[in-house]
Design a protein around this ligand. Structure first.
Ligand code: PGA
Length: 252
């Protein structure tokens, strides 16, 4: 059985006080409501430890938004997998399209980040997705396949059982435009085929594949009901308590 997951990617939002309040509220809601989905929140790194101490990990897990591709040393501003592990963080988003775009992260860098996370037994939420012009040129399957194989081929296959993938079409992130449930299902099923051909049936069947890109309280249920969609990576709507808990409730 694949895990159902709803992960909130808070990006560079919220003051410390707001972040603690939201984490606390989400934790209370999950504690009081029976949820099928595993709930994850990814605050800015400066809040990780405080939020980790605020929530109960049986209800809400705390994830990093990124990790360094290096193990340790003179990398000013970076945070290593070992450092995340040392404060008990066991999940990290990797390869988000905003980092691919604004920090020029390549597939090779992302592959190294995955290696660092696997070495510390941290679950990666590995993001892939095509840009608008690639979708319009009908290249989305090819783009996503290349992103997956470039990042995962260097990994040891036994580590891939820890992987979570998030399919996030860049044209749907923060735009209010969502992939239709059918479009999302089509590419999620395709991702499973790519995983099966490259790494075998077991990895393909057991990897949770999340959809991301303008998921909200209104569209979550239909998106999550698709057979190959195992939950969502939620940006903007994860900052609003009412919307986020409705999205969690929609993930069954
Ligand atoms: P969004 O962001 O829900 O605001 O579109 C999703 C993401 O970037 O993970």
């Amino acid at each position: 059985m694949r895990d159902k997951i709803v992960a909130g990617n808070w990006k560079m939002n919220l003051t410390f006080e707001q972040a603690l309040q939201l984490a606390n509220d989400v934790n209370t809601w999950v504690a009081e409501n029976k949820t099928d989905a595993k709930v994850i929140i990814a605050p800015s790194s400066i809040y990780l430890q405080a939020i980790q101490e605020t929530v109960d990990e049986q209800f809400v897990q705390v994830a990093s938004q990124d990790v360094s591709n290096a193990e340790k040393g003179a990398y000013t501003g970076d945070i290593s997998a070992e450092q995340l592990d040392s404060i008990g963080i066991n999940t990290a988003i990797v390869g988000h399209s905003e980092r691919r775009e604004y920090q020029q992260e390549t597939d090779e860098v992302i592959a190294k980040k995955l290696e660092q996370l696997f070495a510390k037994d941290i679950t990666p939420i590995f993001c892939v997705g095509e840009k608008l012009e690639e979708r319009e040129a009908d290249k989305h399957f090819e783009v996503v396949k290349t992103q997956i194989l470039n990042a995962l081929n260097p990994q040891q296959v036994e580590n891939l059982s820890k992987l979570v993938i998030a399919y996030e079409p860049v044209w749907a992130i923060g735009t209010g435009v969502t992939a239709s449930p059918a479009q999302a299902q089509e590419i999620h099923a395709y991702i499973r085929t790519v995983l099966k051909d490259a790494y075998g049936e077991k990895i393909a069947e057991e990897t949770s594949i999340l959809y991301g890109g303008s998921v909200n309280a209104q569209n979550a249920k239909e998106i999550f009901s698709q057979p190959d969609i195992d939950g969502g990576l939620v940006g903007g709507a994860s900052l609003k308590y009412d919307d986020f808990v409705q999205i969690i409730a929609a993930c069954k």
